[in-house]
Design a binder for this molecule. Structure first.
Ligand SMILES: [Zn+2]
Length: 452
């Protein structure tokens, strides 16, 4: 996609909320429990928290005014049930251009080749109105369910590229202040070696986007891949834009893409932020090799986004067999080496993954199962809160302190155990106002239909 000379104005967008659904002010202080690791460290010395050591939750009164937190007061030790609060979460990796397409473009085999083929067919027919409609639906869901920012990759190499970018740039503006959007140009890596690729990079840079691409099996070992990666990194450096790669989303050739990337970064130091999304095949390395690679990633300041749901869905598929070895990002080893790690949901109801609903709580609740991440511990919560906030360079790091936004995801759960037992009801506070509940919490019209 090249630069446009005469961009047509985007079609009018429908309001995200109707008058009756408008956020309502939250009056008075809130009483809740917050994870100690997400609280202003200056408050932690107060010796009154229930569960210190057990689950790290601190009971407190939170006051707010004008959309900002004005006071945080720890409560005396109490067994009174209180809701669990989190800062609204951050989605570091999504595909808003193709979400909700699996009905028309299904992938019954659940394989990567069929996902790719369906993705290409859908991309050839893609229109701006289609992307507007599905991304608007996604953002509405995300906002009401407690997401405050999303980084989305956009297919940027075919006929669907221009309509997708037009729609998502319009929505980025429309949703600013509710869900911050970051947009990444996703193309085959070799595209960055062409004049069209260079024009695309400039166009994306002018609009505050990021550069992306795919690196890893079946590609990632030849001279052409190295040249393509070199071209991408040089463009990013020259234009001052961050890079977010789909890398090593594979169950063969462990870390082939990451090794190539590290070799380039060690040869030519870089200043722009670089993120590796997936990095799943690193999980197939021996412990010793992984430890060395993790140290190199940390030294090169490369961040990693783990996407356990799509990896578990797509990787290791063999006809007529159950995958006994599950391939996924070795989160804990990377964290131990000091690599910044976030967890995302990736695809939602498209040919790559039929599930998902832009519900960050669902990914957080599944992480103990998919990745043995414990939400009661700092390293279990940071990948959903502070780490993606820093990775995306958001103005607020997600730490709850006086002067932070009066933004909360409040859960009808009094402990981590209750959060894991069932998906709890929730209320979302943004700038001191309660948002309308997500559609999933309203009575389903399907039951009304069953009554005839
Ligand atoms: Zn992706």
């Amino acid at each position: 996609m090249g630069p446009r000379r005469n961009p047509a104005p985007p079609p009018p967008l429908r309001p995200a909320v109707t008058r009756s659904e408008a956020p309502v002010p939250a009056v008075g202080p809130l009483r809740l429990r917050l994870p100690r690791c997400l609280l202003d460290p200056g408050l932690v010395g107060v010796p009154v928290q229930r569960g210190q050591g057990r689950d790290g939750l601190v009971a407190l009164d939170l006051e707010h005014r004008g959309g900002w937190i004005t006071a945080l007061r720890p409560l005396p030790a109490t067994d009174q049930p209180l809701p669990l609060g989190l800062p609204p979460l951050v989605e570091p990796h999504a595909h808003l251009d193709k979400c909700f397409t699996q009905g028309r473009w299904p992938n019954p085999s659940g394989t990567i080749p069929e996902a790719l083929a369906q993705n290409h067919r859908e991309g050839r027919e893609r229109s701006r109105d289609q992307v507007l409609a599905r991304a608007e639906r996604a953002l509405e869901q995300a906002w009401r369910q407690g997401l405050r920012a999303i980084r989305s990759h956009i297919d940027s190499g075919g006929p669907g590229a221009r309509p997708s970018w037009e729609a998502l740039l319009a929505l980025r503006e429309r949703w600013a202040g509710r869900v911050e959007l970051q947009l990444v140009a996703l193309v085959p890596l070799a595209h960055w070696t062409t004049p069209e690729g260079e024009a695309l990079a400039r166009w994306v840079a002018d609009r505050g986007g990021l550069l992306g691409g795919v690196l890893g099996p079946p590609d990632g070992s030849g001279r052409r891949d190295r040249e393509a990666l070199r071209a991408l990194l040089a463009l990013a450096e020259r234009l001052g834009v961050a890079v977010d790669l789909h890398i090593d989303e594979a169950d063969v050739a462990p870390a082939r893409g990451v090794r190539l990337l590290l070799a380039e970064l060690e040869r030519q130091p870089h200043a722009v932020p670089i993120t590796c999304s997936h990095a799943a095949s690193l999980g197939l390395l021996s412990e010793q090799r992984l430890a060395l690679l993790a140290e190199r990633l940390a030294a090169a300041a490369v961040s990693v986004v783990a996407l356990p749901l799509t990896n578990l869905w797509l990787l290791g598929r063999r006809p007529e067999s159950t995958p006994l070895l599950r391939v996924q990002t070795p989160l804990r080893s990377l964290q131990r080496a000091g690599v910044r790690v976030a967890v995302g949901a990736d695809n939602v109801q498209d040919p790559w993954y039929p599930g998902g609903d832009f519900d960050p709580l669902e990914v957080l609740r599944l992480a103990p199962l998919t990745s043995h991440l414990d939400p009661a511990l700092r390293e279990g919560l940071a990948p959903f809160t502070t780490e993606p906030a820093r990775m995306l360079g958001l103005a607020w790091d997600g730490v709850v302190r006086v002067g932070a936004p009066a933004d909360l995801l409040l859960l009808a759960a009094d402990s981590w155990g209750e959060l894991l037992a069932r998906s709890p009801q929730r209320r979302v506070l943004r700038a001191g106002h309660w948002l309308p509940p997500p559609p999933a919490q309203l009575p389903s019209p399907l039951f009304a239909a069953s009554m005839g």
